[in-house]
Write a protein that binds this ligand. Structure first.
Ligand SMILES: *[C@@H]1O[C@H](CO)[C@@H](O)[C@H](O)[C@H]1NC(C)=O
Ligand SMILES: *[C@@H]1O[C@H](CO)[C@@H](O)[C@H](O)[C@H]1NC(C)=O
Ligand SMILES: *[C@@H]1O[C@H](CO)[C@@H](O)[C@H](O)[C@H]1NC(C)=O
Length: 249
């Protein structure tokens, strides 16, 4: 469903994404009052932490040759029709985020790259990573959120060197680092008119220290799990979240 931007200067036209967030957790207290991805938060273990993922083309993440946070209004993301997903996982719990691409969101239609980001003064952002184009879609990612004394310092994508493609005939290995599936095999509209659910899964891991200097170690656990292993655990995806750029700035 496409929504037209309103008269707000910063309004953008963007599609609402259906997002599903789940984590292996018993409910624990979330004492982080910051719910905007473009604000600074100082977290402790078990808090919720809000961050965003923006989908667009490479140029729209750069200003004057420098990659800026998608929260920076100098970027032309709004005009480019960038799409945004916002998540609030629990810090230091292994989570699998999914973005359902079978209905109205195709990553390649919004430029094919994604950047994870959070914070304003401490504006952390990942490098842009390839999600898909009219030929291939990458469906499985691992994102590490690194904190120092509770403040997000860095977000980075971990590649798994295609080990998860082996033995899967539907997948090809792109550039020796990403398992991808042919876009023509995927469900969706336009170039994607096949039968495979090519929804994007993002496995999260946390590293560093929280505001009490407690060590975040879910990264250690994830690195010991084979990629894809979490997918089987989540047969019931729950909690949907939607967001739009014009609600954030
Ligand atoms: C772009 O970067 C160059 C070199 O760092 C700098 O001299 C120039 O002022 C920058 N332009 C803008 C509009 O920020
Ligand atoms: C995506 O949405 C479709 C239609 O609602 C559903 O059948 C499918 O199971 C969903 N995929 C995931 C991974 O949640
Ligand atoms: C899609 O991306 C792959 C991997 O980066 C690249 O090899 C291919 O040329 C791209 N196809 C199109 C149509 O841009």
């Amino acid at each position: 469903m496409l929504m037209s931007g309103n008269a707000n200067v910063l309004a953008v036209t963007t599609a609402i994404l259906a997002l599903y967030l789940c984590s292996i957790s018993a409910e624990a207290r979330d004492e982080n009052p910051v719910f905007q991805p473009c604000a600074d938060a100082k977290i402790q273990r078990r808090d919720g932490f809000t961050f965003g993922i923006a989908f667009s083309d490479r140029d729209s993440f750069f200003f004057n040759s420098t990659q800026l946070s998608p929260c920076d209004s100098r970027l032309p993301l709004a005009n480019k029709g960038a799409q945004l997903a916002v998540f609030r996982p629990k810090v230091d719990e292994i989570s699998l985020l999914t973005i359902n691409t079978t209905t109205n969101f195709g990553p390649f239609t919004s430029g094919g790259l994604m950047v994870a980001f959070a914070g304003r003064k401490y504006a952390a952002r990942s490098l842009p990573i390839f999600v898909g184009n009219s030929s291939y879609v990458v469906t499985s990612f691992t994102l590490v959120l690194e904190f120092q004394k509770g403040t997000l310092q860095n977000l980075y994508w971990k590649h798994d060197d295609c080990s998860s493609c082996s033995g899967k005939s539907n997948f090809v290995c792109l550039n020796n680092k990403d398992c991808a599936i042919k876009t023509s095999n995927c469900q969706g509209s336009g170039q994607a008119s096949g039968s495979v659910d090519c929804s994007i899964g993002i496995q999260l891991a946390f590293s560093g220290t929280d505001k009490h200097y407690a060590v975040l170690n879910s990264w250690y656990e994830v690195s010991n799990l084979r990629q894809y292993s979490l997918y089987g655990l989540y047969s019931n995806l729950k909690d949907s979240l939607t967001s739009q750029y014009d609600k954030i700035f």
